[in-house]
Design a protein around this ligand. Structure first.
Ligand code: SF4
Length: 219
C-alpha cells in the first residue's frame, strides 16, 4: 500500500464516538444537553450496579474514600507528591515501595525523603535491578543501542510484592514497562511520575501543541 492510500484508509475508518469526542463533560453536572452518543444517557444499568457493588469490597472502599478525602482537602492546593503522602496517611500505610526508573533516582530519593519525613518506612527498586542483558529475554542487538541491560518491571513488582509494602508508587517507568509493572504488582499502586524524556515528564505538553509544533504527529 502506498503512503497516500494508507493515509486515506486511516481517515476512512469508521469513528465510533464516545467520551473522547465529547466537548461538554456534562456527566460532571448530571444534567443538561448530553451529546447523542453520551455514555451516561446510554448506560447499561446492570454494569453500573456491578461497578458500584465493587466499592463495597473492603480495600476498594478504603481506597475510594481516601482518594475522595484527598481530592476534597487538596483540590488545586496539593501537588501530586503531597497528594500521595496524604493518600498514604489516610490509608494507614506503614511501608511504601517505590518502583523507579534508574534515570530518575534523584527524584526517587527526593520523594523517599519526603515520605520518611512524614514517618513512612520506604523502600525502592530501580528498573535495571539485576543488570540482566537484553539478550536474556530475546531483545535484538538493534534495540541495545540505548542500553545493554533490560528494564525489569516484573522483577520490580515481585520484589515489592515480597516486601509486603502497603502502597506502591511508580516513578517514571517507560511506556510498556509500566504496563508490566501494573500487571504484576499486587495491591494498591499509584503513579507519581509519568516518564516523557522529551517534555520534562509532561506528556500533555505534546497534546497542548498538537495543532502547532507537534502537528507532524498527525500526518
Ligand atoms: S458521559 Fe456523556 S457527558 Fe460525560 S464525557 Fe461522556 S459523552 Fe460527555
Amino acid at each position: 500500500m502506498t503512503e497516500k492510500t494508507a493515509a486515506e484508509a486511516k481517515s476512512a475508518r469508521k469513528i465510533e464516538r464516545s467520551c473522547i469526542d465529547c466537548t461538554v463533560g456534562l456527566c460532571d453536572e448530571g444534567k443538561g444537553n448530553f451529546p447523542e452518543f453520551c455514555r451516561t444517557t446510554h448506560l447499561d444499568g446492570e454494569l453500573l450496579a456491578e461497578a458500584l457493588a465493587e466499592y463495597g469490597a473492603e480495600e476498594n472502599h478504603r481506597v475510594a474514600i481516601a482518594a475522595a478525602d484527598v481530592e476534597a482537602e487538596g483540590y488545586g492546593i496539593y501537588p501530586r507528591a503531597q497528594e500521595i503522602v496524604e493518600f498514604a496517611k489516610k490509608l494507614g500505610c506503614r511501608k511504601i515501595g517505590i518502583a523507579t526508573c534508574v534515570g530518575l533516582l534523584r527524584e526517587a530519593r527526593a520523594f523517599a525523603r519526603l515520605l520518611r519525613r512524614h514517618g513512612f518506612e520506604v523502600t525502592g527498586v530501580a528498573c535495571k535491578v539485576g543488570s540482566t542483558p537484553k539478550s536474556a529475554i530475546g531483545i535484538s542487538d538493534e534495540d541495545c543501542g540505548v542500553g545493554e541491560f533490560i528494564c525489569n518491571p516484573i522483577l520490580q513488582a515481585k520484589i515489592l510484592n515480597e516486601e509486603n509494602v502497603d502502597l506502591k508508587v511508580v516513578i517514571g517507568l517507560c511506556v510498556g514497562h509500566d504496563s508490566l509493572f501494573y500487571k504484576y504488582a499486587d495491591g494498591i499502586v499509584t503513579t507519581l511520575v509519568t516518564k516523557d524524556r522529551v517534555t520534562g515528564h509532561n506528556p500533555c505538553a505534546v497534546l497542548y501543541q498538537l495543532d502547532s509544533y507537534y502537528s507532524k504527529l498527525l500526518k
